[in-house]
Every structure is written in structure tokens, then in C-alpha cells.
Write a protein that binds this ligand. Sequence first.
Ligand SMILES: [Zn+2]
Length: 191
Amino acid sequence: MPDGGTLVGDRSYPTLMLNADFRPLSYFPLSIWCWQDAVKAVYLDRVSVLSEYEASVHSPSLRMKLPSVIALKDFIPATRRPAFTRFNVFLRDSFACQYCGDAQQTHDLTFDHVIPRSRGGRTTWENVVAACGPCNLRKGNRLPKDCQMIPRQPPRQPTAWELQENGRSFPPNYLHESWRDYLYWDSELES
Ligand SMILES: [Zn+2]
């Protein structure tokens, strides 16, 4: 197997992972592999390389440029239900506070239980929304009707398609340039 060694150094060379139809396997960050996993998948012939970095790794018998975009050779059907994750809740809510509507950096967003946990509210798609810190504090342990703080959109489980659509509006700012074509090709066609 190739070995990172000094050629790769401390830089990270993330690989965008696409399904066999060249769509991202799931929306960022779940479609991004570290170069070690990507190189292993190429070595095992499970993926095709669509784009590469200049940097390479080598072993005595093999030299390989680090892949920046790879696609699975066998198609994996998209899961119907998106995973209930922190990132996906933010993505559903377009990274905006559901009370005041302000867009926030991810690290400034918090999660609010619409019905507070102390009142039996559960941690589900239907009861968790993105909220800025001040709104979350202001709401505290009150019920929406007691404080007149109602989420702008009634929270619910999004479809994978909805998340994908929202994701297009929020390109992570450190996408490698070779990824753009694969993330956005059909939005270009639609516009
Ligand atoms: Zn707010």
C-alpha cells in the first residue's frame, strides 16, 4: 500500500466521493473522505478517479496522485430519509435562526427544543430547530405559545432532495475547485 510519507506532509487532501451516477453520495460533509481512505478505495479498484491533486503518494511498486474527486463503480441507492444529524438540522433550516431569521455561522448556531425537554419535548426532527444564542436564551424553558416565539417554519423531517437543494445555496467555502462541477452541475442547467 502507498504510504503518505513526506510528500503529503501536514496538508489534508480531502476527496469528494460521488455515487456511480456522479452525484455526491450524501451532502457535505458526509461525502468527503480523507485521502487515506480514498487512496485505499482506488487501490482496491472500487472507485474511478475523476480528478486529482498535484501531490502524490508512493510505495516501492506504486505511485499515485492523490484523488480529489472519486466515484463509486457500483451504484448505491440514495437513502430515502436523511439522517437526523446536527448538520442536517442546520441545513434544513438554512443556517438561520428559526425565531429571528438571522443567518448565522455554524459555530454561532445552537439547537432549540421547541417544546423544552423539561416539558417532555423530544429530540426529533419535529421538535428541534436552529436558533441563535440570544433567541435560545430568551426562549429558555418556555413553551412557544407562552413566549410568542414560534419557529418560522414548522419543523419536520426534510426529504433528501430538500436538503440537497438547501445545500446548493451554502457551498462550504473551502471546497476544492475540482469539486464544484460535481456538486453543482445540475443547478447550472436549471438556472
Ligand atoms: Zn435568533
